[in-house]
Design a protein around this ligand. Structure first.
Ligand code: ATP
Ligand code: MG
Length: 389
């Protein structure tokens, strides 16, 4: 059994709780478990009362979903009341709390995600998830088409979990349903889609799953014109597992359209754009002497230069060496600021910026090694020239 600090205290307060979802799956798969979620056949009010009576903290984090975060030993665990769908007017999905574990499992997406485990280690597996996990099968709980129509995000979740746990051919029923219902993906909120696509791109080796996304027509909906060959080459070159770097390989250029469509964060958009600027440092000698490396680093963060080197198309020898040199080179910092120029007697205003620019150009041309005193000496000369004009 998984034993994270705090779990014993939680189980003392709620003995009927079971570990659910990804934690059970990863425990059975022998993978590291960082996050444990629980389900419980009690209402959120009962959970809160029992947890507090045991001296633990209970935070109502998802009241609508029946989720209480229980804090034990400084660690938060999501505890969700078992639910079942109640038929209503057919437009709103209304849920009701229940003590029926199988009902709760049947609302989950895949058989490998629908298992639960009690404190004594007993695993409850209503839909054959254990065998599917061992065989590398990602199968929907119930009929694939119906489950997808309930929530189109499950199309992308299928790819995420297939990338991580799948082996051999993907489940035929799932593939057929995905092809029939793929257009539903574009009705999802941009944030949900991007968050899921990011996780797909974080698979150890995303090549097979991206190929499957293309064959099912889903890739074209999310990433029109994606260059699967460039991604394959990037992975084959041994580039690090990095969602934005992989996306940059797929995109072939237009980062803005993708970033706007799927609402990437400002930082993500900026990094993606920087990665896609053409022209990495070439590893050939005269292109990348130490001064050139320092100049490049003065303009662009090292990790972006390293990313661009991975994206460079050719297989010229020397890229590994270049990356090692980049990692070993400190980022040069231009040693003069506006106030230093003002101290030389230049009144604050546009002239200060012009002088700074001029001195920085000189500093760059010299390979970014001149110190503050040398830069200021050049600044003085430049000021004198300006005054004599
Ligand atoms: P990961 O390790 O990647 O977080 P996970 O299994 O914990 O994997 P989550 O997205 O965190 O995945 O979801 C937790 C659990 O909730 C899933 O294992 C699944 O049982 C259920 N679940 C989450 N999203 C859905 C969904 N859209 N439809 C059905 N069940 C879902
Ligand atoms: Mg999770």
């Amino acid at each position: 059994m998984i034993e994270l600090p705090g779990m014993a205290e939680l189980w003392d307060a709620l003995p009927q709780a079971r570990m659910v979802g990804g934690a059970v799956r990863d425990m059975l798969a022998g993978r590291p478990v960082a996050d444990v979620d629980f389900a419980v056949p009690l209402t959120p009010q009962e959970v809160t009362a029992r947890v507090r009576a045991a001296g633990l903290k209970a935070v109502p984090t998802g009241v609508a979903h029946g989720t209480v975060t229980v804090v034990a030993r400084g660690r938060g665990f999501e505890v969700t009341s078992l639910r079942r769908d109640v038929e209503t007017d057919g437009r709103h999905a209304v849920v009701e709390f229940t003590d029926d574990w199988e009902m709760d499992a049947s609302r989950r997406d895949f058989t490998i995600n629908a298992m639960s485990a009690a404190r004594d280690g007993t695993v409850f597996d209503y839909f054959g998830g254990r065998d599917d996990l061992a065989a590398g099968r990602v199968r929907f709980v119930g009929e694939a088409a119906r489950r997808i129509a309930e929530d189109y995000l499950r199309i992308l979740r299928f790819f995420r979990f297939f990338a991580r746990y799948g082996r051999g051919e993907p489940d035929a029923q799932a593939v057929t349903a995905i092809m029939a219902l793929r257009d539903g993906v574009v009705t999802l909120s941009a944030e949900r889609v991007w968050s899921e696509v990011k996780r797909i791109l974080l698979a150890a080796d995303p090549r097979a799953v991206v190929a499957l996304m293309r064959e099912t027509g889903v890739l074209e909906l999310v990433l029109p014109g994606a260059d699967v060959t460039r991604l394959a080459a990037l992975v084959a070159r041994g580039a690090p597992v990095d969602a934005l770097l992989r996306l940059a390989a797929l995109l072939r250029g237009d980062a803005d359209a993708f970033a706007q469509r799927w609402k990437l964060s400002g930082a993500e958009h900026e990094r993606l754009t920087a990665l896609l600027v053409p022209g990495a440092l070439a590893p050939d000698a005269d292109d990348a002497d130490d001064a050139a490396l320092r100049r490049a680093l003065a303009e662009v963060p090292g990790e972006i230069l390293v990313g661009r080197s991975w994206l460079a198309q050719d297989n010229r020898a020397g890229w590994d060496d270049l990356r090692a040199r980049l990692a070993a080179t400190a980022r040069p910092v231009f040693p003069v600021q506006g106030r230093d120029v003002v101290a030389l007697g230049v009144p604050p205003g546009p002239a200060v910026g012009e002088i700074l620019d001029e001195v920085r150009r000189w500093w760059m041309a010299g390979g970014c090694v001149a110190d503050a005193a040398a830069c200021l000496a050049v600044g003085k000369r430049w000021i004198a020239t300006l005054r004599s004009q």
